[in-house]
Design a protein. Structure first.
Length: 177
């Protein structure tokens, strides 16, 4: 017969947030850095950060401890990010890492990685309409409406084109690995 396992204990620090404003102020930068590290652009990181807090607003208890609030926001961020990748790439990417604390967002736009080279290589392999829509939307930061006007197509078709281009780019990235 097995011995009964001891109950799991958790550390309670006694730290609580007084209100939602305090939850937001204490965690917004952390969530934003995480999202920026995953998506690589400010616009999407800002949108996803807002989405995390909106999703957590109802179910999250302010009376929960600071550690519990942070854990819940991290879990919500994972879900929001998975939804983002599912919408944009057609597949879920949910690996955030349990102890992951992203570095600060760079103040300037200088990139110290090989991302520009990889991006250029992927774009070079795409058909012209796909390459152009991705350049307009993500490199030139145009809205869908602006990109559609530049391409001379409807907004609906620009959305379809962007979706197809992102899926094709994701396929090319998988092959490159």
């Amino acid at each position: 017969m097995r011995a009964a396992q001891a109950p799991q204990l958790r550390v309670v620090t006694g730290e609580f947030y007084p209100d939602w404003e305090a939850v937001y102020r204490d965690n917004v930068e952390r969530v934003y850095r995480l999202m920026f590290a995953k998506v690589g652009n400010r616009a999407d990181a800002e949108d996803l950060t807002a989405e995390v807090f909106l999703a957590a607003l109802r179910p999250l208890r302010v009376s929960a401890g600071v550690a519990e609030v942070r854990a819940y926001l991290f879990a919500t961020a994972r879900t929001v990010l998975a939804g983002h990748w599912r919408r944009t790439l057609g597949r879920e990417v949910t690996s955030l890492g349990d102890d992951e604390e992203p570095a600060a967002v760079p103040a300037d736009t200088a990139v110290s990685s090989d991302a520009p080279r990889r991006t250029a290589a992927i774009l070079a392999q795409l058909p012209e309409p796909y390459r152009r829509i991705l350049q307009l939307r993500f490199l030139d930061a145009c809205s869908v409406r602006e990109a559609a006007a530049a391409l001379g197509v409807s907004v609906a078709y620009a959305k379809v084109l962007q979706h197809r281009a992102l899926r094709r780019a994701a396929q090319l990235m998988e092959v490159a690995r």
